[in-house]
Design a protein around this ligand. Sequence first.
Ligand SMILES: Cc1cc2nc3c(=O)[nH]c(=O)nc-3n(C[C@H](O)[C@H](O)[C@H](O)COP(=O)(O)OP(=O)(O)OC[C@H]3O[C@@H](n4cnc5c(N)ncnc54)[C@H](O)[C@@H]3O)c2cc1C
Length: 365
Amino acid sequence: MTRFGTWQPKIRGKLFYNWPQGACEEALCFNDADQLGSKPYDVVIVGAGVVGCGLAYQLSQYELRVLLVDRLHDVGEGTSKANSAIIHTGYDAKPGSLESKLLHEASADWPGLAARLKIPLDPIGGIMMAVTDEQERQLEAAEKNAHANRATDVRILSAAEIREREPNASPNVRGGLLVPGESLVDPFMASIAYAEIALANGVDILLGADIAGVELGQPPGAPLHHLVTADGHRLPARRIVNVAGLGSRRLADGYGGGAFDINPRRGQFLLFDKSARPLVQHILLPVPTAHTKGVLVAPTIFGNLLAGPTAEDLPLDDPAATHTTVEGIRRVVEGGSRLVDGLARQPVIATYAGARCACSQGSYV
Ligand SMILES: Cc1cc2nc3c(=O)[nH]c(=O)nc-3n(C[C@H](O)[C@H](O)[C@H](O)COP(=O)(O)OP(=O)(O)OC[C@H]3O[C@@H](n4cnc5c(N)ncnc54)[C@H](O)[C@@H]3O)c2cc1C
């Protein structure tokens, strides 16, 4: 337990890249499963997004042999690098749901966790803004919902109170909900810091290894399974954790892992120049609809401003799942401009898109 969360000067884990010979330093090149040692892993985590890296960090406090695997060239290169980068309080979740419980607990943990990970977290707070009469009528229910989710500091603001806090709020603003607990985080460093500490604490990491199949131990119930990479390496594991994000369904199909569907729901963003940062002081959120939380406008932890995301359902293997489109960007500008006056005149430095896991069985399967 003493090692947990502390930086170790001596790296105890091994880092390998499953890249062609010559593509990386020889010592880091993975070409044989024997390089990982003769003992099977107690746990192999498939997917080095923020969830897999966070799990590796947690498990690294125990005396376990753990391997973290990803098909991409670095950790946090999937959905974890293309999102709104907000630590939510869960004020708008369904009270009593697992999502409400997890968001409440996680948002309380984050300040301490960010300090341990040595990553920036900015508790800037959010304002959900009603810009139509219909949305204004929803504020009271939204406040009650927030309190039921234990976000007890959430309260209704008048239009004048919003303008005082947000001088560039849309002239259509009717009122809103102050959500003091919403924070900004560095989405890239969250995965990297988790993984670096896990590695230092003894977790092995294998990158560039696409897990194509799972051979369950035989006879059924036998304690040793194998993960098989697309290029034929077999990785022995007592336990396998499938946190492969959009790839998790295909992996689960390989071991009869349950009937659920996962499809990408694309979210496109605009990133504005740092000169646009003074335009807003909080995370500005629209009143959500049944389908989407809508387009928000928020500072980033790096001092830029971002607007997005869209919510576009795409087929699982659509190679465009992380592309931006003219139509998507138009919708982001339109949505953001409903909240912030003058947004469309700000200089844009980049566009990007991330793909959420949309699951018709609900958020958690
Ligand atoms: C538009 C948008 C906005 C969002 N905004 C927020 C927000 O503000 N706050 C928030 O908390 N969350 C937000 N999210 C959600 C958040 O980004 C995700 O919940 C989180 O990143 C999921 O992490 P993950 O580790 O499960 O998935 P991922 O980051 O996708 O990681 C899965 C990993 O598995 C790997 N993989 C897949 N298949 C295989 C295979 N066969 N073999 C080996 N590796 C494999 C992938 O390469 C990937 O690296 C947003 C998401 C989107 C898309």
